[in-house]
Design a binder for this molecule. Structure first.
Ligand code: ZN
Length: 181
């Protein structure tokens, strides 16, 4: 695994520099701002704004934003894209000791992928009462019938994430309302 370390240096962003600028933030808040940056990218592309990053030993090893429309891919959720990139960086389909930060609670598919990848910890922003599978509709994070459990923290960046989603759907509704007139 150590041999894939140099790959991480390819990431343009240097988390250490960001730390200096945001000393009042906790680590989770700091990383969540990166996930929210990804969510904003999805929003700019006309996709539901959800963003995710994977962190290992204080470095981002994968990032992704929701892109199912653009990629014609129902599985192109932010978490899956971030996990794929992380697994490539890692040179391994298992991602132990990693934390995945995502702006919105993961769905069933993404929780399934997190379990397969053996992600250690999940930090998500706002809950998703319609599809959330880390506490809302289901909780796959600590199901004892499964062979892996994931530590979960919630609420970090929740307000910003929720606002982004509400703004997106408000715009979408007003556009579809205007086209119906
Ligand atoms: Zn998902």
């Amino acid at each position: 695994m150590a041999t894939s370390l140099p790959l991480w240096l390819n990431y343009g962003r240097q988390p250490q520099r960001r730390e200096d600028a945001c000393t009042l933030m906790t680590d989770d808040e700091r990383w969540m701002t990166e996930a929210l940056t990804e969510a904003a990218r999805a929003e700019a592309a006309g996709e539901v704004p959800v963003g995710a990053i994977v962190v290992y030993q204080r470095a981002i090893i994968g990032r992704g934003h929701n892109s199912p429309i653009l990629l014609h891919d129902p599985t192109a959720h932010a978490e899956l894209l971030a996990l794929r990139e992380a697994a490539r960086s890692f040179g391994n389909y298992r991602l132990p000791e990693t934390t995945l930060y995502v702006s919105v609670e993961p769905c069933l598919m993404c929780m399934g992928a997190l379990l397969h990848a053996r992600v250690q910890r999940l930090v998500f922003g706002c809950h998703d009462p319609k599809t959330g599978a880390a506490g809302s509709l289901y909780d796959l994070s600590r199901n004892q019938r499964l062979n892996h459990q994931i530590e979960v923290s919630t609420g970090v960046g929740a307000e910003e994430s929720r606002e982004m989603l509400q703004r997106f759907f408000r715009k979408k509704r007003s556009r579809s309302g205007a086209s119906n007139e």
